[in-house]
Design a protein around this ligand. Sequence first.
Ligand SMILES: Nc1ncnc2c1ncn2[C@@H]1O[C@H](COP(=O)(O)OP(=O)(O)OP(=O)(O)O)[C@@H](O)[C@H]1O
Ligand SMILES: [Mg+2]
Length: 209
Amino acid sequence: MPGIFVTFEGGEGAGKTTQIQRLSAELAVRRYSVVVTREPGGTEISEQIRSLLLNPENTDMRSTSELLLYAASRAQHVLEKILPALDRGEIVISDRFADASLAYQGYGRGLDIDLIKNLNRIATGGIIPDITFLLDLPVDVGLKRAGERGQGFDRLEREEIEFHQRIRQGYLEVADQEPNRIKVISAEHDADRVYTFIQEEIVTLFDRF
Ligand SMILES: Nc1ncnc2c1ncn2[C@@H]1O[C@H](COP(=O)(O)OP(=O)(O)OP(=O)(O)O)[C@@H](O)[C@H]1O
Ligand SMILES: [Mg+2]
């Protein structure tokens, strides 16, 4: 069986990490080799870039710098971790990936979408997830959930509400353009119901391999 690349996308507090934990635990019980990773981050170097990106003290960061830091983090992540795992035939599950740059830096910050698509092609070397789950949630619900987690807000979570609304709409537009890959799930449902939907899609996907 070749490797399978699964990504989770969505705004703050949508439940990405919660669902990834459940899916990876179930796949491990079923004796699949699973690599769980995240963006920004996933490797030593990428995690250092993550600290720069999410540090609330970096209030002066410009959108272009942000875009390029995400791309640098992603390039390292793909080359050092994702591609080798896929080559070994493993299942890679990433908490956010290239679609996040379209949503956050494109729709959120207003940077050129085609330029970001080109940059993504450079950073990813052209790899595309086999399936992407977009957990869609009203912005206020997501931010409330993220706040209740009690870890404080990072630099992006501290952005104005309109920024998060543009991201939500952006993600939905990206999903519209690639309905076969990107599965939109209402994350307002309880975690069990969200997970049932994910399970069904994963079973269908695995049947193809
Ligand atoms: N379907 C759900 N219904 C209600 N609460 C949920 C649901 N899924 C997750 N939660 C809770 O909401 C909070 C945020 O969930 P989680 O950390 O999984 O989201 P996330 O998408 O990873 O957020 P972030 O983007 O900030 O990393 C957690 O406290 C989690 O327990
Ligand atoms: Mg998370």
